[in-house]
Ligand binder design. Sequence first.
Ligand code: CP3
Length: 341
Amino acid sequence: MIKNDLFLRALKGETVDRPPVWMMRQAGRYLPEFMELKKKYDFFTRCQKPELASEITVQPIRRYGMDAAILFSDILVIPQAMNIEVEMKPDFGPYLPNPIRNLNDVNNVIIPDVNDALGYVMEGIKATKEKLNNEVPLIGFAGSPWTILCYCVQGQGSKNFDKAKEFCFTNPVAAHTLLQKITDTTIAYLKAKVAAGVNAVQIFDSWGGMLSPVDYQEFSWQYINQIIEALKDDAPVIAFGKGCWFALDEMSKSNASALGVDWTITAKNARYLTGGNITLQGNFDPTRLFSPPAEIKKMVTQMINEFGKDKYIVNLGHGILPNVPLDNAKAFIDAVKEYNA
Ligand code: CP3
């Protein structure tokens, strides 16, 4: 039994005194205690050592007391496990030296035994559960198949993922074969994470908004929906699509327990497009955490009033930025805890 189950209750749509709060990318980005570990260990070592991954996961909980923890890891451990080389270059980000560009490349991609290839993630989850001591729930995550394809084909981050889109539009058979392989791996991976102890899972479709509404259905949503259908009886699923407000109507008809929204949509419009029944998560502009703490608190209270305290999870509209002042992050969390309906 989890002592603070606000987050899980909001995912079920239950009535609560105040909404739960956590921040996307809260683990391992901005805290000084994390920076100490970052100096000593490279990125994938931090992901692979259960002692480090679990420590980084609980650091923000100790400091701020969010209502949920998110496991420290990365969405790119999936392509790595599928035999695609992934490096994390300091001050550059992900770099894949051998990007996928044709059907032959796709055929060389394997569907791994996740407990084998990603056993270290499961060990990280077990270590984290011990440290959390059932105080708050633990979230596991994966990238959406489309967002993973973006990196596999582009080979690095991009403003428009033009090479990834070109690949899909010129070689749809290869693209769909790759998307299905990623989907199958992701389903097995998330099921193993739930078996290892995570209480909910979030799918990050960080680059879904790069696609037109029609292409989004074909190259992103149908695969996310396969994952939701496969996981729905194992754990609550949150689907976060950056820039995907155009698909909210369709997403709200799925078996996701909650939908994540970014700051380019009003609460009123998000509620309208989703029919008012599904739990929503979001949507504070991460850059707004640079406003003075008093202003952040005011804006957060207003955001809760607009979404409503029920069927709502307070979050940012995308990941927290690395240079946010500690007191500003604290103001964001405290404003939610101090909320009075
Ligand atoms: O709360 C958390 O931070 C949990 C761990 C987490 C990381 N990545 C750690 C990380 C999560 C949830 C992610 C998700 C992720 N990774 C996404 C989806 C969410 C989003 O922000 O859109 C994406 C697109 C990635 C791919 C990725 N990994 C990029 C683009 C980068 C470089 C830029 C950056 O700092 O985000 C990474 C590296 C990465 N992943 C770091 C961390 C803490 C920074 C590198 C380092 O610590 O050495």
